[in-house]
Design a protein around this ligand. Structure first.
Ligand SMILES: [Zn+2]
Length: 337
């Protein structure tokens, strides 16, 4: 039978980084975040296909899979400057009405360790970026206060949201999450701040997890998880039960950071369920929520008038089997599942 699902939300991707549509390219970067940053900086400028064309190829794939709302982080650093932002702003304009797109000005090389980035972020927000990003304030910039001071000052000055990549784990990661929650409340930015990855929540002992989750819920800070392959994954059910909004996205899709990914958020739901050990149908519904309505709630993205038809008896079966899309229909006023 034909099953109709809500349109998908990809709450975290990198349209500017992708190699989609290019010949296969073996992965060469090292294993750490810092090594991947350096590898990308060395190779990115020499790619033979312009950012807008690579981004467009991936965007078409994502739309064909049923995603009509997405948040893309765009690299802002002293090597890329605003070039990729301009490409993705143009891509967004060309696809207005087809896809609802938010752009995060993302300091991929850090802020303090790459002098000039703070000004570039400021310019990016003036030119149309919707949110200011951040990256491992301790792990990359080695300065929690300095990094977050810049991020939250920019968000306040421009009246924009925040979405911070946080790979840092352990006690340091938890402390950074708590600091972000405190600053969110202090700046009155509740509902406009997300922490992407937050691997530290996946390592946390129950007592610490409860404390940090409560702080996140009270500050209304959302957590984005892409169901990482090897890193610790935030516990989705425990966070939701504590009142924390959890949503999902693809993150890297066939780029210089990862050879994996295909922009299919139904497959992402399957990965979430697999990593979280969701076996019962009611748990698998949570995985679907992360790639649909939770994404809309956390980001404010649209796409709620899109539905996706697949061949399946139930939502749980669709998540487990990840069937091809029969149709992606827009302008549908009511979602029937
Ligand atoms: Zn990312």
């Amino acid at each position: 039978m034909t099953l109709t699902l809500p349109g998908f939300v990809d709450g975290h991707c990198h349209l500017d980084k992708t190699l989609w549509g290019m010949p296969w390219r073996p992965h060469v970067a090292g294993a750490t975040v810092a090594e991947r940053i350096e590898a990308e900086r060395a190779l990115r400028g020499a790619l033979p296909v312009p950012t807008i064309e690579r981004g467009r190829a991936l965007l078409e794939q994502m739309i064909a899979c049923g995603t009509t709302a997405l948040r893309t982080h765009v690299d802002i650093d002293t090597a890329r400057k605003l070039d990729d932002l301009h490409a993705i702003l143009e891509l967004r304009e060309q696809n207005r009405g087809r896809v609802d797109m938010q752009i995060v000005a993302f300091p991929q090389s850090g802020i303090l360790r790459d002098p000039g980035v703070a000004d570039l972020l400021d310019a990016a927000l003036k030119e149309g970026a919707d949110l200011v990003g951040g990256l491992d304030p301790v792990g990359i910039d080695r300065d929690l206060k300095g990094h977050l001071d810049v991020v939250f000052a920019l968000a306040s000055r421009h009246g924009k949201g925040v979405d911070i990549h946080l790979h840092d784990g352990g006690e340091s990661g938890l402390a950074q999450i708590e600091d972000i929650a405190v600053r969110t409340a202090a700046h009155g930015l509740g509902g406009k701040v997300a922490i992407s990855h937050a691997f530290a929540l996946g390592d946390a002992k129950p007592e610490a997890l409860g404390r940090v989750a409560d702080r996140l819920a009270r500050a209304d800070v959302a957590i984005m998880t892409h169901a990482p392959g090897a890193a610790s994954m935030p516990p989705v059910k425990a966070l939701r039960e504590a009142g924390v909004e959890v949503f999902s996205g693809s993150d890297n899709i066939r780029d210089l950071w990862s050879p994996y990914g295909n922009g299919d958020m139904l497959e992402r739901a399957r990965l979430i369920g697999y990593r979280q050990n969701f076996r019962r149908d009611e748990d698998m519904l949570i995985a679907l929520d992360l790639v649909t309505e939770a994404g809309r709630r956390a980001t404010g993205l649209g796409g709620g008038d899109t539905v996706v038809d697949v061949e399946a008896e139930t939502i749980a079966e669709a998540i487990a089997t990840c069937p091809p899309r029969l149709a992606v229909r827009r302008g549908v006023s009511r979602v029937v599942t």
